[in-house]
Design a protein around this ligand. Structure first.
Ligand code: UD1
Length: 339
């Protein structure tokens, strides 16, 4: 069965394409390559030994997207990854975020409706919880005002999909990701940040590889075990597999609500300092780091209650923090060798 994967050349999307194909589905990639690279396609093909169809279009372009649905004819479900994701950039350029993240969803919903495609997995984020009152967060934890336009686009998207559900919109699974890290075991695909990375783990691996002078820890004065922020770091292949499970559930007609929501995390919280030390152990590299001020907009601590995904989807993560970081390092080394 054909699964349209928007943002399929991106970090999470490329890993999902691999897992979908290996699970027996036929992924079809749509990507505008605004924050992804052609090398991801070569990596996917090297792993799978098949050519995956790719449409180099922007999914906010209604005519182009219609063309994809018309050409592929029998798309069974869509996974919508395509979005901008840099929190700081979204503050500086909110319009870019609303146009792309909200605009592309609206276009996609319109075209899915026109072609009678009624199953959707949507990339949401733990950012919808804002600064939570209690930890870990469950799917029932109330969302708080978002800290950034990026976060607001994810909240808006969820609202749009719930509104659509009341009006015969697609059967939808919202996956609220925690912090994806790591790379495919083959080191053929992984995260490819353009320019200076915003996220912790690519910054760590680029520093260890000598591409950055030092990692700055954004604050050690939070009310956490060692003062640095707490996050739930999930291996990207585990996260990709959650999409396969979600697609399978939709296609089987097994969902019990028109819109279902699941946290996708490990259920473990780790501080920034713990991640750094785990990386040093996993890689054998000494990391040059320093303690800096807090980063505006950072949530002090958040991690998932992963019970619902385990009980309802039968989904559990398999990869430890150490193994996830080891895979990030292997990927960084592969990248450094290819340059
Ligand atoms: C943020 C968003 C998340 C989004 C993701 C995409 C929030 C709450 N979270 O995740 O929704 O999907 O970006 O980019 O808005 N850190 C350092 N030094 C660095 C980089 C990061 O100390 O150089 C720390 C941060 O303070 C944070 C942790 O590392 O505590 C993880 O940061 P990052 O990887 O940027 O992810 P989030 O901010 O959690």
């Amino acid at each position: 069965m054909k699964i349209l994967v928007t943002g399929g050349a991106g970090y999470i999307g490329s890993h999902a394409v691999v897992e979908l194909q290996e699970a027996g589905y036929q992924p079809v990639i749509v990507d505008n390559f605004s924050n992804s690279q052609e090398t991801a396609l070569a990596g996917i093909e090297a792993i799978l030994q098949v050519k995956v169809p790719v449409y180099r279009i922007d999914c906010a372009n209604v005519a182009a997207l219609r063309g994809v649905f018309a050409a592929e004819k029998d798309i069974a479900a869509v996974i919508h990854f395509a979005a901008h994701k840099a929190v700081g950039e979204s503050v500086a350029e909110p319009l870019k975020y609303y146009q792309n993240n909200v605009g592309s969803l609206l276009t996609l919903l319109q075209v899915m409706g026109e072609f009678g495609v009624d199953k959707l997995v949507f990339s949401s984020s733990c950012t919808v919880y804002g600064v939570p009152d209690a930890l870990p967060v469950t799917e029932a934890t109330p969302t708080q005002p978002a800290n950034s336009p990026y976060g607001r686009t994810k909240q808006m998207a969820e609202d749009i999909l719930r509104d659509m559900a009341g009006a015969n919109g697609p059967h939808t699974i919202l996956l609220r990701y925690f912090n994806p890290i790591g790379a495919h075991a083959s080191a053929r695909i992984g995260e490819l940040p353009l320019g200076v990375p915003n996220n912790l783990v690519p910054f760590i691996t680029q520093t260890a590889a000598g591409l950055r002078e030092k990692l700055m820890i954004y604050g050690t004065d939070y009310a956490t075990a060692d003062g640095s922020c707490v996050r739930d770091y999930i291996h990207v292949v585990d996260l990709a597999q959650a999409h396969v499970v979600a697609v399978r559930r939709l296609l089987a007609g097994a969902a019990t609500e028109r819109v279902e929501t699941f946290n996708v995390g490990t259920g473990r919280g780790n501080t920034v300092l713990e991640v750094i030390h785990a990386f040093e152990q996993a890689s054998g590299q000494q990391l040059n780091y320093a303690i800096g001020p807090r980063r505006p907009g950072d949530v002090p601590a958040i991690f998932a209650d992963a019970t619902k995904a385990a009980e309802v989807l039968g989904f559990e993560t398999k990869t430890s923090l150490a193994d996830s970081l080891a895979s990030s390092w292997k990927w960084q080394q592969a990248l450094s060798m290819s340059e």
